[in-house]
Each structure stands twice: as C-alpha cells, then as structure tokens.
Design a protein around this ligand. Structure first.
Ligand code: C5P
Length: 243
C-alpha cells in the first residue's frame, strides 16, 4: 500500500465545536486525499453546510450521526443525508433490521431525488469502542463477549443490506470472517503508539488495524489535537504503508 492508498482509508474525525476550527484543520489536510468524518459535536454546531464545505474542499464525507429511531424517522433522516451529498453515514445496529432497511430505502430515495449517481454507503455501529465487556454485560444487559455481539450485529446489518459496520480494529478480522471480505469495516479507536487512549477502550495502532483488514481507519484526537495535524497524519500514513 502506498501513501495515497493509505490516505484513502483514513477518516479524520473533525470533532470540533465550530466550523472555523474544523475547516482550518481540513484545509491543512486537503492535499492528502483522506476522508473527513463529521460527527455530532460539529454537525449540531455548524449544520449541514459543513458537509457541503468539506465536499467543496474535495473530501469525501462520512456523516457520523449514529441514527437510532423508529424506521419511518430513520428513513426520512437517511433521505435528507443522501440529498446533502454525504458519501457515508451510519445507524445503530441495535435499532434492528427493519430500521436498517428503512435507512437503505431512505438513502436510495434521497440520492435519486437529488440526481446523484449512487446512494451513500451505510454502515452500522455495533458496540462503541469506548464500551468494555463489563459495561456491555452489566449496564447494557447483553451477556457474553463484545466480539460476539459485534459479529452478530454485523450479520444483522449485512442481512438488512447495509455495506459494513463500525467496529474496533480488534474485531475487524472476525467481522470479515463472518460477513465476507467485501463487507466494510470502519474502525475507530486508532492510537499510534505513545498516544493517550482518552475515553477509548478497545484500541489498536494504525499498523494493527491495517493488518486486521480494516477498510477505513477513523482517527480523531491523534491528528486533530496534534500541534501539527498534517505531520501527525503523515506519521500515521507512514505506519500504514509499512504494515
Ligand atoms: O479522537 P478519537 O480518535 O477517539 O475519535 C474517534 C471518533 O470515532 C469519534 O468521533 C467517535 O465519535 C467515533 N466513534 C467511535 N466508536 C464508534 C463509532 C464512532 O469512537 N463505535
């Protein structure tokens, strides 16, 4: 894998409180050809325009709003997201297959009504990378290993016609075994060695994520909180190309 192939697999999580701060980082990373991931913090502050701005800068955009509601509401949200031109968005697998199917229908309708050539990719959130086994067992009430829930949710997402899942790099290989190589794995919880885990629990280095077969590596704070985000990304790409 060369550096530009590596960059096409990286999604920088622009978790910033306003458009100006986010766009300053985006500008600095423009030449790499990576994706931008726009999550709740930025989207709720800056609105749909931030998606358009990032696309104007040439980025592909993963809109990470983790939809989880009744099927009809999710269908409408997916329609709006597709019309906005996002390249990928996500829903919680815990919403069930009817909700996930509704997301796919909404996305197809939205893309068609906006005259887009293809609907956005849709991936399902399995278990957040901040979730430990104890939390899942004792608080959420799901027994067993995290990896087993992730795989079960992944198979559900595949059955619903989605393109892949968000999962920890530690589970990417198991997801691929269960759902096939073509089923996408988007992996947050990426921490180059020497970086603070923060609130993340199920983490891996960029090298480990690539080796596990992850299709996309979501990297937030290691890049966006670095004094020089471009240099930090460069270092991550280097690690990926050596994997
Ligand atoms: O800063 P950091 O690298 O931890 O950012 C990870 C990003 O991935 C955050 O934007 C977080 O919302 C997102 N994410 C996650 N775990 C998931 C799904 C999304 O950490 N399961």
């Amino acid at each position: 894998m060369n550096a530009s192939e590596a960059a096409a697999k990286v999604m920088v999580a622009l978790d910033k409180p306003d458009a100006a701060t986010a766009l300053r980082i985006a500008e600095a990373l423009r030449h790499f050809g990576c994706w931008m991931k726009i999550g709740m913090e930025l989207f709720y502050a800056a609105g749909p325009d931030i998606v358009r701005e990032c696309r104007k800068l040439g980025f592909r955009v993963f809109l990470d709003l983790k939809l989880h509601d009744i099927p009809n509401t999710v269908k409408g949200a997916a329609r709006s997201i597709a019309r906005l031109g996002a390249d990928m968005f996500n829903v919680h697998a815990a919403g069930g297959t009817a909700m996930m199917r509704a997301a796919a229908e909404g996305a197809a309708e939205g893309a068609a009504s906006a005259g887009l050539s293809a609907p956005p990719l849709i991936v399902a959130v399995t278990q957040l990378t901040s979730t430990t086994r104890e939390m899942m067992n004792e608080e959420i009430g799901i027994p067993g290993e995290v990896a087993d829930t992730v795989t079960r949710y992944a198979m559900l997402a595949k059955k619903a016609g989605l393109h892949g899942v968000v999962a920890s790099p530690l589970e990417a290989a198991a997801v691929k075994r269960a759902c096939g190589r073509g089923f996408l794995t988007v992996t947050p919880g990426i921490r180059p060695s020497g970086h603070a885990a923060g609130d993340q629990r199920r983490i891996a280095t960029p090298r480990e994520a690539v080796r596990a077969g992850a299709d996309f590596l979501v990297v937030g704070r290691p890049v966006t909180a670095a004094p020089d985000p471009a240099a930090a990304l460069e270092q991550i790409l280097k690690e990926m190309t050596e994997a």
